[in-house]
Design a protein around this ligand. Structure first.
Ligand code: C5P
Length: 245
């Protein structure tokens, strides 16, 4: 996956809507994220089609189940030869190790090893949800760092987190952890259900490795223009980060 390109979250239920949007990007190689709604409705056939069109695929199904189930599911998903896959760090170290085992088993067959990343705290989660619903008496950064620690223990090299936690995780891991940051908004007033958000520039400036953007692009009247604006801001943010280092 090209780190310079934002990952577009194809959060649509109908593949016709996906193809309609992609027609506007004719000829461009994209980083595309297929999530639950699209995968549950169109499955592996759609993944194959998007890959055949030359795009890189992040299959974001956020697996969280007993270790054996996750291992076997990961084995099957890896056969799709996608570029990135997700699990929930809250599933625990044993589950994450099992996920890796499943992935590695199939990667030996396909010759392609997708990047396995662990979701820490969803970017839609607020501090009051952390306290009142999850019953965790810690800060958001502490919780995210704890999940990242578990991921590292399980041999996972990347995590999904908010751009607001990227700096902490980079410091904690000596810059080793790969960070994938959703919750990206050009205009912070329109955050939808996302709570821990940042602009593409801010995400780049703190050293995020990848950004994921859905609705700002997919629900726009001009997805290509919004994508290009996000891409420019993201590149400027990454340049500012490199300069500071
Ligand atoms: O539309 P929006 O830009 O908010 O979409 C963000 C995407 O990133 C969604 O597909 C969502 O599932 C995903 N995501 C997230 N927070 C995480 C992990 C994934 O928003 N922690």
């Amino acid at each position: 996956m090209d780190k310079n390109l934002p990952i577009i979250a194809l959060d649509m239920q109908e593949q016709e809507d996906v193809f309609k949007m992609l027609r506007a990007f004719e000829g461009e190689k994209l980083n595309l994220k297929v999530g639950m709604e699209l995968f549950f409705s169109h499955g592996s056939a759609l993944i194959k089609e998007l890959k055949a069109a030359g795009h890189d695929i992040f299959l974001d199904l956020k697996l969280h189940d007993i270790p054996t189930t996750v291992e076997r599911a990961m084995e099957v998903l890896t056969l799709l030869e996608v570029d990135m896959l997700t699990i929930h760090a809250s599933g625990g170290v044993e589950m994450m190790k099992s996920a890796r085992r499943g992935l590695e088993k199939s990667a030996q067959k396909t010759g392609k090893t997708p990047l396995l990343v662990a979701v820490t705290q969803l970017t839609s989660t607020t501090i009051s949800q952390l306290r009142d619903e999850q019953k965790l008496a810690v800060t958001m950064k502490e919780s995210v760092t704890h999940y990242a620690e578990l991921a590292v223990k399980a041999g996972i090299s990347g995590v999904v987190c908010s751009p607001q936690e990227v700096r902490t995780l980079k410091t904690y891991s000596n810059n080793k952890l790969i960070t994938i940051a959703p919750g990206i908004r050009l205009n912070k007033e329109n955050s939808h259900d996302q709570k821990r958000i940042a602009t593409p520039f801010e995400a780049g400036e703190v050293g995020s490795d990848f950004i994921v953007v859905g609705r700002p692009i997919t629900q726009s009247d001009n997805p290509v223009a919004v994508y290009n604006e996000i891409r420019q801001q993201w590149e400027a943010g990454m340049a500012a980060f490199k300069e500071r280092k």
